[in-house]
Design a protein. Structure first.
Length: 492
């Protein structure tokens, strides 16, 4: 079984950069041992204009049976001969997905030490898999790959025997994918969808398969229209594991926008190429929020930071990347959200020094908590709008009155900007769980009253493109305790 990955380039951006991305030199043919055979990587062509890498997996079918790997959970038929007469050595399946994940591990994880900028660049890709099992037929293949950003998904059924066309087609197809994607995204899609289409795995499906599915599906699976089918098949139709995966995918979907489901709107960027803000609009708003928060924390000289309402931990992830933040505490009322955050951050795999910088705590922001006192800064990113207004004073006292960090950062949607979202019906809030969304005047009025009540000063800054008529999509308020002056100011 094999696949080829082809890209094109120019003299300035040569196609042979594919070798850096895959960590396999184009001038060499390399072989790698796997638990079920040998994987070979070779380059049939490698020029600055066009480069093709091929992954070939040779499976020892006898060894596969002897190791008990010929049949996986939910896998091969029960016929006694099926373990010896099967398609495992010839068609792309979970065997091939595991080899792909092992041989191209760095590319799958978007890492390139020699050229760290390359993994984040989308490039023209053509992926060819000559023999792919397709339980569900060509239409299912199109439904699975169609929503993933490929400009062309070509699925050609393979006949049972070309000499006898009356026999019809086999359950195998030839798949060709073409489009401009990051290589890591393409490989992650294949890693998940190859065994999904085959409908079988060569190994027993354990609970850690849910973690593998969510890691490989990060950024695309939660919003895929067939995510339920994908999860069920990937997890060998285990009801318990599938339910766990679907619950966590729902949390991912909500947490992609730092605690609310506005990422779908945030990423539906308005294409206004004639405006100066067009380039800025291409960056997801959730990412712009986190960048603005990090800048404000650095300007305040904060080192020990609370992320209140941390959700799945995206902001914590960014904070950990900056060693100037020596202690980071994430707080959320949802135990499940904290569990997802811990897995996303890979706390169990962190080194002792890194794990010593971060803690996750379960707690409600409507109650005072002695564990939250004494910190340099606290962040409430897209949190306050999820509270009923009568409960907001309790949060104000718990944060500004009891915990009293030197700096408090609050972000919330700007209701005036909602008219710029073409997909948002007039009068609607950005997410069904939002209890309110304030205008700029309403937010500033609340911020000034809260600051005055608890001995803080407050500055304001826009997040996202600052529309001259309706303002920015997100409002940021930076509260400074009056006895804790900031080192630098922020733009009002």
């Amino acid at each position: 079984m094999f696949l080829t990955i082809t890209t094109t380039g120019t003299a300035e951006k040569p196609a042979t950069d594919l070798g850096f991305l895959l960590h396999k030199h184009p001038q060499k043919a390399q072989s790698f041992s796997t638990s079920h055979g040998t994987a070979h990587v070779l380059y049939p062509e490698a020029t600055p204009e066009r480069c093709t890498a091929a992954l070939l997996l040779e499976v020892d079918p006898v060894a596969l049976v002897r190791r008990g790997q010929g049949r996986g959970r939910g896998g091969a038929p029960d016929a006694a001969l099926a373990q010896y007469v099967n398609d495992r050595p010839y068609a792309a399946s979970s065997l091939f997905a595991v080899a792909l994940g092992s041989v191209f591990r760095s590319a799958l994880n978007a890492r390139c030490a020699a050229r760290p900028e390359l993994p984040e660049q989308a490039r023209p890709l053509r992926v060819v898999i000559p023999a792919l099992p397709a339980r569900g037929g060509p239409e299912l293949v199109r439904r699975l790959f169609g929503p993933l950003g490929w400009s062309a998904v070509e699925v050609t059924p393979v006949p049972l025997d070309t000499r006898f066309p009356q026999w019809g087609d086999s359950r195998y197809v030839r798949l060709v994918l073409e489009g401009e994607l990051r290589l890591a995204d393409a490989l992650r899609q294949l890693y998940v969808l190859l065994p999904v289409l085959d409908g079988s795995k060569h190994y027993w499906v354990a609970p850690d398969e849910v973690d593998k599915l969510l890691r490989a599906g990060d950024g695309w699976l939660a919003e895929h229209p067939e995510h339920g089918l994908i999860a069920a098949r990937y997890l060998a139709r285990s009801k318990r594991l599938t339910q766990d995966a679907l619950e966590r995918l729902e949390l991912v979907r909500l947490a992609e926008s730092d605690g609310s489901a506005v990422e779908e709107i945030d990423n539906a960027v308005i294409e206004e190429t004639a405006t100066p803000e067009a380039e800025e609009r291409r960056v997801p708003l959730a990412r712009q929020r986190r960048a603005a928060i990090l800048d404000a924390l650095r300007a305040a000289g904060a080192h020990r930071v609370l992320d209140l309402g941390c959700g799945q931990g995206q902001l914590i992830h960014d904070l950990l990347a900056d060693v100037s933040f020596t202690e980071i505490v994430g707080v959320d009322v949802s135990v499940r959200a904290l569990t997802v955050a811990a897995r996303r951050l890979r706390l169990e795999r962190m080194g002792e020094r890194q794990s010593g910088r971060v803690r996750l705590l379960q707690g409600s922001l409507a109650y005072t908590d002695k564990r939250l006192t004494g910190y340099d800064a606290a962040v409430l990113s897209e949190v306050i709008e999820h509270l009923d207004l009568p409960r907001l004073p309790a949060l104000e006292y718990a944060v500004f009155g009891a915990a009293r960090p030197g700096t408090v950062l609050v972000t919330t949607p700007n209701a005036e900007y909602n008219v710029r979202w073409e997909t948002l019906p007039a009068g609607d809030v950005r997410h069904a769980d939002h209890r309110f969304e304030w205008t700029r005047a309403e937010f500033r009025d609340w911020a000034h009253r809260t600051a005055g009540r608890y001995g803080y000063a407050v500055d304001f800054a826009p997040v996202g493109p600052d529309d001259p008529e309706v303002g920015p999509p997100t409002q940021l308020a930076v509260f400074f305790r009056k006895d804790s002056a900031p080192k630098e100011g922020i733009a009002a």
